[in-house]
Design a binder for this molecule. Structure first.
Ligand SMILES: Cc1ncc(COP(=O)(O)O)c(C=O)c1O
Length: 342
Protein backbone atom coordinates (compact mmCIF):
# COMPACT_ATOMS: atom_id res chain seq x y z
CA UNK A 1 0.00 0.00 0.00
CA UNK A 2 1.32 3.48 -0.84
CA UNK A 3 1.78 6.03 1.94
CA UNK A 4 -1.04 8.04 0.38
CA UNK A 5 -3.47 5.12 0.43
CA UNK A 6 -2.42 4.14 3.97
CA UNK A 7 -3.01 7.68 5.27
CA UNK A 8 -6.38 7.80 3.56
CA UNK A 9 -7.39 4.41 5.02
CA UNK A 10 -6.44 5.52 8.53
CA UNK A 11 -8.46 8.73 8.15
CA UNK A 12 -11.60 6.81 7.07
CA UNK A 13 -11.40 4.05 9.68
CA UNK A 14 -10.72 6.26 12.67
CA UNK A 15 -13.96 8.19 11.83
CA UNK A 16 -13.63 10.99 14.40
CA UNK A 17 -16.59 13.42 14.69
CA UNK A 18 -17.30 15.38 11.50
CA UNK A 19 -15.09 18.43 11.10
CA UNK A 20 -12.78 17.86 14.05
CA UNK A 21 -9.69 16.82 12.08
CA UNK A 22 -7.89 19.65 10.26
CA UNK A 23 -6.16 18.62 7.04
CA UNK A 24 -2.61 19.97 7.20
CA UNK A 25 -2.70 22.66 4.48
CA UNK A 26 -4.88 25.70 3.77
CA UNK A 27 -5.24 28.37 1.11
CA UNK A 28 -5.43 32.04 2.10
CA UNK A 29 -5.99 35.39 0.39
CA UNK A 30 -6.35 38.81 2.02
CA UNK A 31 -7.59 42.10 0.71
CA UNK A 32 -5.82 45.45 0.82
CA UNK A 33 -8.17 48.41 0.38
CA UNK A 34 -10.85 45.94 -0.59
CA UNK A 35 -8.83 44.30 -3.40
CA UNK A 36 -7.92 40.62 -3.16
CA UNK A 37 -4.17 39.90 -3.40
CA UNK A 38 -2.03 36.80 -3.93
CA UNK A 39 -3.25 33.28 -3.17
CA UNK A 40 -0.97 31.54 -0.67
CA UNK A 41 -1.00 27.85 0.24
CA UNK A 42 0.66 26.84 3.47
CA UNK A 43 0.29 24.85 6.69
CA UNK A 44 -2.79 25.39 8.86
CA UNK A 45 -1.76 27.74 11.60
CA UNK A 46 -3.22 30.21 14.05
CA UNK A 47 -4.45 33.49 12.62
CA UNK A 48 -3.24 36.94 13.44
CA UNK A 49 -6.38 39.02 13.82
CA UNK A 50 -6.71 42.52 15.20
CA UNK A 51 -9.03 42.52 18.26
CA UNK A 52 -10.92 45.42 16.62
CA UNK A 53 -11.65 43.23 13.56
CA UNK A 54 -15.20 43.75 12.24
CA UNK A 55 -16.05 40.04 12.32
CA UNK A 56 -15.45 39.75 16.07
CA UNK A 57 -17.95 42.50 16.85
CA UNK A 58 -20.50 42.59 14.06
CA UNK A 59 -20.58 39.02 12.77
CA UNK A 60 -19.37 39.67 9.21
CA UNK A 61 -18.53 36.03 8.48
CA UNK A 62 -19.73 33.65 5.79
CA UNK A 63 -18.63 30.21 4.70
CA UNK A 64 -19.17 27.34 2.31
CA UNK A 65 -19.21 23.57 2.63
CA UNK A 66 -18.48 21.09 -0.14
CA UNK A 67 -16.71 17.79 -0.63
CA UNK A 68 -13.99 16.21 -2.72
CA UNK A 69 -14.64 12.48 -3.13
CA UNK A 70 -12.01 9.80 -3.70
CA UNK A 71 -13.46 7.40 -6.26
CA UNK A 72 -12.92 3.66 -6.41
CA UNK A 73 -10.41 4.52 -9.16
CA UNK A 74 -8.40 6.52 -6.59
CA UNK A 75 -9.12 9.86 -8.30
CA UNK A 76 -10.22 12.73 -6.03
CA UNK A 77 -13.05 14.80 -7.55
CA UNK A 78 -14.60 18.04 -6.39
CA UNK A 79 -18.39 18.01 -6.64
CA UNK A 80 -20.11 21.09 -8.12
CA UNK A 81 -17.64 23.51 -6.58
CA UNK A 82 -18.61 26.20 -9.12
CA UNK A 83 -22.03 26.29 -7.43
CA UNK A 84 -20.35 26.87 -4.05
CA UNK A 85 -18.27 29.65 -5.59
CA UNK A 86 -21.44 31.36 -6.81
CA UNK A 87 -23.19 30.89 -3.46
CA UNK A 88 -20.23 32.28 -1.51
CA UNK A 89 -20.18 35.35 -3.72
CA UNK A 90 -23.89 35.82 -2.97
CA UNK A 91 -23.20 35.46 0.79
CA UNK A 92 -20.39 38.03 0.54
CA UNK A 93 -22.83 40.39 -1.18
CA UNK A 94 -25.44 39.95 1.58
CA UNK A 95 -22.75 40.51 4.26
CA UNK A 96 -21.42 43.55 2.38
CA UNK A 97 -17.94 42.05 2.39
CA UNK A 98 -15.45 42.37 -0.51
CA UNK A 99 -16.62 39.76 -3.06
CA UNK A 100 -13.86 37.32 -4.04
CA UNK A 101 -13.67 37.04 -7.86
CA UNK A 102 -15.10 33.70 -9.03
CA UNK A 103 -11.80 32.67 -10.66
CA UNK A 104 -9.89 33.34 -7.43
CA UNK A 105 -12.33 31.36 -5.28
CA UNK A 106 -12.23 28.52 -7.79
CA UNK A 107 -8.44 28.51 -7.75
CA UNK A 108 -8.29 28.68 -3.93
CA UNK A 109 -10.63 25.68 -3.56
CA UNK A 110 -8.70 23.59 -6.09
CA UNK A 111 -5.37 24.56 -4.51
CA UNK A 112 -6.51 23.61 -1.00
CA UNK A 113 -7.73 20.20 -2.18
CA UNK A 114 -4.59 19.58 -4.23
CA UNK A 115 -2.43 20.38 -1.19
CA UNK A 116 -4.38 17.90 0.99
CA UNK A 117 -4.83 14.99 -1.44
CA UNK A 118 -2.85 12.67 0.85
CA UNK A 119 -5.52 12.81 3.57
CA UNK A 120 -8.56 12.50 1.25
CA UNK A 121 -10.14 9.26 2.55
CA UNK A 122 -11.88 6.64 0.40
CA UNK A 123 -15.71 6.42 0.36
CA UNK A 124 -17.84 6.62 2.44
CA UNK A 125 -15.42 9.25 3.76
CA UNK A 126 -14.54 12.39 1.81
CA UNK A 127 -12.41 15.50 2.05
CA UNK A 128 -14.75 18.20 3.36
CA UNK A 129 -13.78 21.64 2.05
CA UNK A 130 -14.60 24.78 4.02
CA UNK A 131 -14.08 28.17 2.37
CA UNK A 132 -14.39 30.97 4.92
CA UNK A 133 -14.63 34.75 4.45
CA UNK A 134 -14.66 37.34 7.23
CA UNK A 135 -14.36 41.08 7.76
CA UNK A 136 -10.98 42.17 9.09
CA UNK A 137 -11.24 45.95 9.13
CA UNK A 138 -10.11 47.07 12.61
CA UNK A 139 -13.00 49.40 13.51
CA UNK A 140 -15.28 48.87 16.48
CA UNK A 141 -17.25 51.94 15.46
CA UNK A 142 -18.47 50.18 12.29
CA UNK A 143 -21.71 48.79 13.73
CA UNK A 144 -23.66 50.20 10.81
CA UNK A 145 -20.90 50.09 8.19
CA UNK A 146 -19.43 47.21 6.20
CA UNK A 147 -15.89 45.91 6.63
CA UNK A 148 -13.76 47.29 3.83
CA UNK A 149 -11.26 44.45 4.16
CA UNK A 150 -11.62 40.71 4.41
CA UNK A 151 -9.71 37.48 4.62
CA UNK A 152 -10.51 34.38 2.60
CA UNK A 153 -9.38 30.95 3.80
CA UNK A 154 -10.01 27.50 2.37
CA UNK A 155 -9.69 24.77 4.99
CA UNK A 156 -10.12 21.01 4.54
CA UNK A 157 -11.01 18.13 6.83
CA UNK A 158 -11.15 14.37 6.18
CA UNK A 159 -14.64 13.21 7.24
CA UNK A 160 -16.79 10.11 7.61
CA UNK A 161 -20.60 10.17 8.01
CA UNK A 162 -22.10 13.39 9.43
CA UNK A 163 -24.94 11.80 11.37
CA UNK A 164 -23.91 9.33 14.05
CA UNK A 165 -25.25 5.95 12.99
CA UNK A 166 -24.91 6.66 9.25
CA UNK A 167 -28.11 5.43 7.61
CA UNK A 168 -30.28 5.57 10.78
CA UNK A 169 -33.63 7.30 10.10
CA UNK A 170 -33.80 10.73 11.75
CA UNK A 171 -36.43 12.24 14.01
CA UNK A 172 -37.33 15.90 13.43
CA UNK A 173 -39.22 18.30 15.63
CA UNK A 174 -41.55 20.47 13.51
CA UNK A 175 -41.24 24.08 14.72
CA UNK A 176 -44.11 26.24 13.49
CA UNK A 177 -43.46 29.39 15.53
CA UNK A 178 -39.82 30.30 15.16
CA UNK A 179 -37.99 30.80 11.86
CA UNK A 180 -34.43 29.47 11.54
CA UNK A 181 -33.20 33.00 10.83
CA UNK A 182 -34.49 36.34 9.59
CA UNK A 183 -36.43 35.83 6.33
CA UNK A 184 -34.28 38.11 4.15
CA UNK A 185 -31.07 36.39 5.27
CA UNK A 186 -31.90 32.70 4.97
CA UNK A 187 -30.18 32.54 1.61
CA UNK A 188 -26.83 33.62 3.11
CA UNK A 189 -24.45 30.97 4.40
CA UNK A 190 -23.51 33.22 7.29
CA UNK A 191 -22.31 32.01 10.67
CA UNK A 192 -24.89 34.21 12.41
CA UNK A 193 -27.71 32.10 10.94
CA UNK A 194 -26.34 29.03 12.66
CA UNK A 195 -26.12 30.54 16.15
CA UNK A 196 -29.68 31.83 15.69
CA UNK A 197 -30.93 28.28 15.07
CA UNK A 198 -28.91 26.85 17.94
CA UNK A 199 -31.23 27.80 20.83
CA UNK A 200 -34.40 26.20 19.38
CA UNK A 201 -32.40 23.16 18.24
CA UNK A 202 -30.79 22.54 21.64
CA UNK A 203 -34.15 23.05 23.37
CA UNK A 204 -35.89 20.53 21.06
CA UNK A 205 -33.10 17.99 21.49
CA UNK A 206 -33.33 18.30 25.28
CA UNK A 207 -37.15 18.26 25.45
CA UNK A 208 -38.02 15.70 22.78
CA UNK A 209 -34.75 13.85 22.10
CA UNK A 210 -34.99 14.70 18.39
CA UNK A 211 -32.06 14.83 15.94
CA UNK A 212 -32.93 18.14 14.28
CA UNK A 213 -35.56 20.86 14.09
CA UNK A 214 -37.56 21.32 10.89
CA UNK A 215 -38.37 25.02 10.77
CA UNK A 216 -41.83 25.71 9.39
CA UNK A 217 -42.72 29.27 10.45
CA UNK A 218 -46.32 30.31 9.70
CA UNK A 219 -47.12 26.67 8.93
CA UNK A 220 -44.90 26.27 5.83
CA UNK A 221 -41.86 24.00 5.74
CA UNK A 222 -38.48 25.71 5.23
CA UNK A 223 -35.44 23.58 6.18
CA UNK A 224 -33.54 22.24 9.19
CA UNK A 225 -30.52 23.89 10.83
CA UNK A 226 -28.09 22.42 8.30
CA UNK A 227 -30.04 20.68 5.52
CA UNK A 228 -32.93 21.04 3.09
CA UNK A 229 -36.09 18.94 3.38
CA UNK A 230 -37.79 16.80 0.72
CA UNK A 231 -40.87 14.60 0.52
CA UNK A 232 -40.42 11.62 -1.79
CA UNK A 233 -42.63 8.80 -3.06
CA UNK A 234 -42.58 6.40 -6.01
CA UNK A 235 -43.64 9.14 -8.45
CA UNK A 236 -42.53 12.52 -7.16
CA UNK A 237 -40.29 14.69 -5.06
CA UNK A 238 -41.82 17.71 -3.29
CA UNK A 239 -39.82 20.54 -1.75
CA UNK A 240 -40.11 24.24 -1.02
CA UNK A 241 -39.53 26.50 -4.05
CA UNK A 242 -36.45 28.73 -3.87
CA UNK A 243 -36.91 32.04 -2.06
CA UNK A 244 -34.73 34.23 0.17
CA UNK A 245 -35.82 32.54 3.40
CA UNK A 246 -33.65 29.41 3.22
CA UNK A 247 -30.33 28.13 1.94
CA UNK A 248 -30.34 27.05 -1.70
CA UNK A 249 -28.72 23.67 -1.23
CA UNK A 250 -26.53 22.29 -3.96
CA UNK A 251 -27.42 18.75 -2.89
CA UNK A 252 -31.11 19.72 -3.13
CA UNK A 253 -30.60 20.90 -6.70
CA UNK A 254 -28.56 17.77 -7.54
CA UNK A 255 -31.20 15.41 -6.09
CA UNK A 256 -33.99 17.22 -7.97
CA UNK A 257 -32.00 16.98 -11.21
CA UNK A 258 -31.28 13.27 -10.72
CA UNK A 259 -34.93 12.68 -9.76
CA UNK A 260 -36.06 14.30 -13.03
CA UNK A 261 -33.50 12.21 -14.94
CA UNK A 262 -34.94 9.07 -13.33
CA UNK A 263 -38.51 10.03 -14.30
CA UNK A 264 -39.82 11.43 -11.01
CA UNK A 265 -42.08 14.50 -11.12
CA UNK A 266 -40.48 17.36 -9.20
CA UNK A 267 -42.75 19.82 -7.40
CA UNK A 268 -41.07 22.97 -6.10
CA UNK A 269 -43.78 24.83 -4.20
CA UNK A 270 -45.06 25.81 -0.77
CA UNK A 271 -45.31 22.83 1.53
CA UNK A 272 -47.92 23.31 4.30
CA UNK A 273 -47.32 21.50 7.59
CA UNK A 274 -50.82 19.94 7.34
CA UNK A 275 -49.78 18.24 4.08
CA UNK A 276 -46.51 17.13 5.69
CA UNK A 277 -48.30 15.53 8.65
CA UNK A 278 -50.66 13.66 6.33
CA UNK A 279 -47.91 12.52 3.91
CA UNK A 280 -47.94 8.78 3.16
CA UNK A 281 -44.51 8.48 1.55
CA UNK A 282 -40.88 9.08 2.47
CA UNK A 283 -39.05 12.17 3.74
CA UNK A 284 -35.36 13.06 3.63
CA UNK A 285 -32.81 15.76 4.45
CA UNK A 286 -30.37 16.82 1.76
CA UNK A 287 -27.00 18.49 2.29
CA UNK A 288 -23.30 18.14 1.63
CA UNK A 289 -22.80 16.59 5.05
CA UNK A 290 -26.06 14.61 5.27
CA UNK A 291 -26.04 13.58 1.54
CA UNK A 292 -29.65 12.31 1.51
CA UNK A 293 -30.60 11.17 5.00
CA UNK A 294 -33.94 9.42 5.58
CA UNK A 295 -36.44 10.81 8.10
CA UNK A 296 -38.25 8.18 10.20
CA UNK A 297 -40.42 10.35 12.45
CA UNK A 298 -41.77 13.85 13.04
CA UNK A 299 -42.61 15.32 16.42
CA UNK A 300 -45.33 17.97 16.31
CA UNK A 301 -47.31 19.44 19.24
CA UNK A 302 -46.02 16.63 21.47
CA UNK A 303 -47.24 13.94 19.05
CA UNK A 304 -44.85 11.58 17.21
CA UNK A 305 -45.80 10.71 13.65
CA UNK A 306 -43.96 7.85 11.94
CA UNK A 307 -42.78 8.48 8.37
CA UNK A 308 -42.55 5.53 6.00
CA UNK A 309 -43.05 3.14 8.93
CA UNK A 310 -39.97 4.58 10.64
CA UNK A 311 -37.69 3.29 7.88
CA UNK A 312 -35.42 4.95 5.33
CA UNK A 313 -37.40 4.62 2.08
CA UNK A 314 -36.30 2.81 -1.07
CA UNK A 315 -36.71 5.94 -3.22
CA UNK A 316 -34.51 7.89 -0.80
CA UNK A 317 -31.89 5.14 -1.00
CA UNK A 318 -32.11 5.03 -4.78
CA UNK A 319 -31.62 8.79 -5.16
CA UNK A 320 -28.80 8.81 -2.60
CA UNK A 321 -26.97 5.98 -4.37
CA UNK A 322 -27.40 7.65 -7.77
CA UNK A 323 -25.90 10.87 -6.40
CA UNK A 324 -23.00 9.10 -4.70
CA UNK A 325 -22.23 7.07 -7.82
CA UNK A 326 -21.69 10.32 -9.74
CA UNK A 327 -19.66 11.86 -6.91
CA UNK A 328 -17.40 8.81 -6.80
CA UNK A 329 -16.90 8.63 -10.54
CA UNK A 330 -18.79 5.33 -10.81
CA UNK A 331 -21.66 6.63 -12.95
CA UNK A 332 -21.69 8.85 -16.02
CA UNK A 333 -21.36 12.52 -15.05
CA UNK A 334 -24.00 13.68 -17.53
CA UNK A 335 -24.24 17.18 -16.07
CA UNK A 336 -20.50 17.85 -15.81
CA UNK A 337 -20.62 18.12 -12.01
CA UNK A 338 -17.25 16.67 -11.06
CA UNK A 339 -13.74 18.12 -11.35
CA UNK A 340 -10.78 15.77 -10.91
CA UNK A 341 -7.94 17.20 -8.84
CA UNK A 342 -4.37 15.98 -9.02
C1 LIG B 1 -29.05 25.67 6.56
C2 LIG B 1 -28.63 24.74 5.49
N1 LIG B 1 -29.55 24.36 4.58
C3 LIG B 1 -29.23 23.53 3.57
C4 LIG B 1 -27.94 23.04 3.43
C5 LIG B 1 -27.63 22.13 2.30
O1 LIG B 1 -26.81 22.79 1.36
P1 LIG B 1 -25.83 21.97 0.43
O2 LIG B 1 -26.64 20.90 -0.19
O3 LIG B 1 -25.31 22.96 -0.54
O4 LIG B 1 -24.77 21.42 1.33
C6 LIG B 1 -26.95 23.40 4.35
C7 LIG B 1 -25.57 22.91 4.26
O5 LIG B 1 -25.22 21.79 4.20
C8 LIG B 1 -27.30 24.28 5.40
O6 LIG B 1 -26.39 24.64 6.31
Amino acid sequence: MTTQAATAETAAHAAPPFGTVPAPMMAAVETTDGEFGELRVGPVEELRLHPFAHVLHYGSAGFEGLKAHRGTDGVVRLFRHEANVARMRRTAELLHLPRPPAALLDEAIRAAVAANLEVAPPAPGALYVRPLLFGTEPNIGAAAAPSKDAQLLVLCSPVGDYFAGGGRPLTLQVETDLPRTTPQFGEAKAGANYVMALGPTLAAKAAAGVDQVLFAPDGYVQETGAANFLLIDDDRVVTRALDSSFLHGITRDSVLTIARDLGYRVEERDLPVDELLAWGGEAALSGTAAVLAGVGALVHDGRTIAINGGEVGHNTQRLREALQAIQRGEAEDAHGWTTPIS
